[in-house]
Design a protein around this ligand. Structure first.
Ligand SMILES: [Zn+2]
Length: 223
């Protein structure tokens, strides 16, 4: 019997566009379930009931979980579409230095050309020994910067490889990268996508990757 992390759903997934394993109960996809397992580890390590969390571009599936587990929970997004506490640009946040204990910004930096500016901003608003969880889609062997945002890939400005996480080491004391392989296989936390046909017209700079199952990664950056 397979029970998923987050909502304990047991049954078939919904497939949208690609073989996109969406849970019909909590609407999580593969990456959310891996991130959830990483948070379970962090909840063991930190007494988050005394800590604050800034959630950037907040995914619905995590809102309640963070609200329940953190003393203070604040949301921000660049767009008005999501209902958030602060509408703001990650490169220029409206918060004092040393404000938050945790920042979670998942699948955000691949939209920002000046990503280092955003990383420096995240570091600035974190308290000493603060934690930033900054996953990006790892869709390449090595990071490929695009000359301009690609509308066919949700306006991503790069195809990140695992080397992308090295960038975080410039700004944080310690970077721990969790991978799909660190957790039991039955949770299906790999990304299921056929990447063998890249490059193509819509993504001319992407590299082909073998197989239908790709490990996902969650970098935890500690000040
Ligand atoms: Zn679910």
């Amino acid at each position: 019997m397979l029970f998923l992390p987050i909502c304990n759903y047991n049954g078939p997934f919904l497939s949208i566009r690609r073989t996109y394993d969406e849970c019909p109960k909590c609407c999580s996809v593969e990456r959310h379930r891996l991130q959830f397992l990483v948070f379970q580890e962090l909840f063991k390590k930190y007494d988050t009931s005394k800590l604050s969390m800034l959630h950037v571009a907040p995914e619905k599936v995590f809102r309640r979980i963070f609200e329940e587990n953190f003393l203070e929970y604040v949301t921000t997004d660049i767009s008005k579409r999501r209902s958030v506490d602060y509408q703001a640009d990650l490169r220029n946040l409206p918060f004092e230095d040393n404000t938050y204990d945790f920042v979670f910004a998942s699948y955000v930096l691949e939209h920002i050309k000046e990503d280092e500016k955003a990383i420096i901003e995240i570091r600035r608003i974190l308290k000493p020994e603060g934690v930033a969880i900054l996953p990006v889609p790892i869709v390449s062997k090595k990071t490929i910067e695009y000359p301009e945002p690609n509308p066919y890939e949700s306006y991503h400005v790069r195809a990140s490889g695992q080397d992308y996480f090295k960038k975080y080491e410039k700004y944080f004391e310690k970077v721990v990268v969790f991978s799909s392989k660190d957790f039991p296989q039955e949770y299906q936390m790999c990304i299921h996508e056929d990447r063998s046909l890249f490059p193509n017209k819509k993504a001319p700079l992407r590299e082909p990757m073998k197989g239908n199952e790709h490990d996902d990664f969650v970098p935890v950056c500690i000040l």
